[in-house]
Design a protein around this ligand. Sequence first.
Ligand code: ADP
Ligand code: MG
Length: 580
Amino acid sequence: MTFPIKKFLSYYKPYKGIFLTVLGCALFVSCLQLVFPLLVRYITNDVLESDLATALTDVYWIGGIMLLLIVVQNIGNYFVDYKGHEIGARMESDMRSELFSHLQTLSFRFYDKEKTGQLMSRVTNDLLMLSELYHHAPEDYTRYLVRFIGAFVILFMINAPLTLAVFCFLPVLGVLSLFFNRMLNRAMTRNKERIADVNAQVEDSLAGIRVVKSFANEKLEVEKFNRENDRFLFSRKHTYRAEAYFYNSAEAFVQLITVTIVIFGSASILNQTFDLADLITFLLYIGFLIEPIQKLTHMSMQFQEGVTGFQRFMAIMNVKPDIENRSDAIPLSNVQGAIEFREVAFRYGDHLDDVFTDLSLTIVPGEYVAIVGPSGAGKTTLSSLIPRFYDVTAGSVSIDGHDVRDIELHSLRSAIGIVQQDVYLFAGSVMDNIRYGLPGASDDEVMDAAKKANAHSFIERLPHGYHSEIGQRGVRLSGGQKQRLSIARVFLKNPPILILDEATSSLDNESESIVKRSLDNLARGRTTLVIAHRLSTIRNAERIVVLTEEGLTEQGTHDALLSHNGAYASLYAHHFEYQV
Ligand code: ADP
Ligand code: MG
């Protein structure tokens, strides 16, 4: 993937003014830093050679100027560090928010493929790296280049041969620095992977602690953990070795260059081609030559990471949502609730098997239709085509005669309520969770929905009633209670079309009967598609549709289907009997 430089730079736009100020400030401070050794040189060279009285006044004056320089430099550096980081953080925050908004628009097809863990890492790590790159790169390049070039020119003017001699060391330092940096970087990347493995191991093991204990496999878990822990330790050793090489090689170079300067300088002083002030100046400027080499090689690594991070960021940003509003999409209003599947074919991916090849089904407004069939036949898939979680491969699904692909998405999904087997409750209070069905609903409306869902009385008995927190440190609810909250949510939403996908499957008999009553309340007056494997839920259905791997094979009332003695009768004999 080529690097989208324009897009990359576009994130600077909102901060252009302050960013340029920071850059200018970095430039200014670097120039001031270059002046410092020159002042020392001036004292040692000129001032000390004049008569005592003038020399002393000059020394005080220069001392004063140096103090002023220190203050100005520090204020400048403070500004560059503080504001520079802030700009980076702001750009990162903009990108994170853009990425998150984009993730919200992507459809199920995307989430079927991507792992949430990887997405999280993208949202956090990659962007963190980018923010460093965004502000450090321009600032540091400015700072170090100015210092390097400035020091080189000044030294060259003082003593060209010695400057060139010192300069000869620098490429070697550069190459070494680059080499150790790469080594360090690789070690650090491995470190990150290893610690992620350790964390994953802890998470997995603790999440499954009930299983661990029931199999008395604590020892096995400790062994698995220790394996990862050791691998992490091993990778840390590599990192420290690389770090030691890196820092000490630089140190050695500083010393080597110092020795070179001292020896050549002293020899030149003896030959009277050099003086003490020159020697001191050289020693003071060494850092200006060496530090940039180290920093810039280090940054080239950061740069690479940042570039990869940005490419990964763009890889997600470039994913087009495959379910979108058409430009001429129509809002769905006054929904009657007629649903029609016409010659629908569907498969989840190009390389996956067809789930449906030619499925047609018509549901009239207000009808209560049950879909039964073996697991894997496509019942959930069928229901997810109505709210357009996926688009059909061929044929069409329509509501009140409008192809769902022509309907404005928000109005389409507002018209459909879904109750599934797995209930997802968000962090927050019980009140917040029910209100999720209709953000903006009043407390009374929320309570009214809870009453209709048979949830009010158990909510009242919670420690803080409707304000009890759900989540890790909040209340623990039973499966049936959670399900009633999710039903209350749908009551509040009040959609004309309802999909119940095995909503009572994981509940025990007692919870099931109370949830069943809530669901019956909910279904009243709405077109309802119920997917169930309990006979109690479907027995009274106006129509039962049997979906098998061959498609829709039978439909009719319970009694009619039984007497027909086909797929339903056989399902009934094998699956439903014991649940009656
Ligand atoms: P049911 O609800 O009747 O048990 P599903 O509709 O869940 O069946 O699944 C129908 C078929 O589609 C199964 O073969 C299943 O493995 C497959 N399937 C379901 N969801 C996905 C998905 N997100 N990606 C790929 N295949 C899927
Ligand atoms: Mg299913």
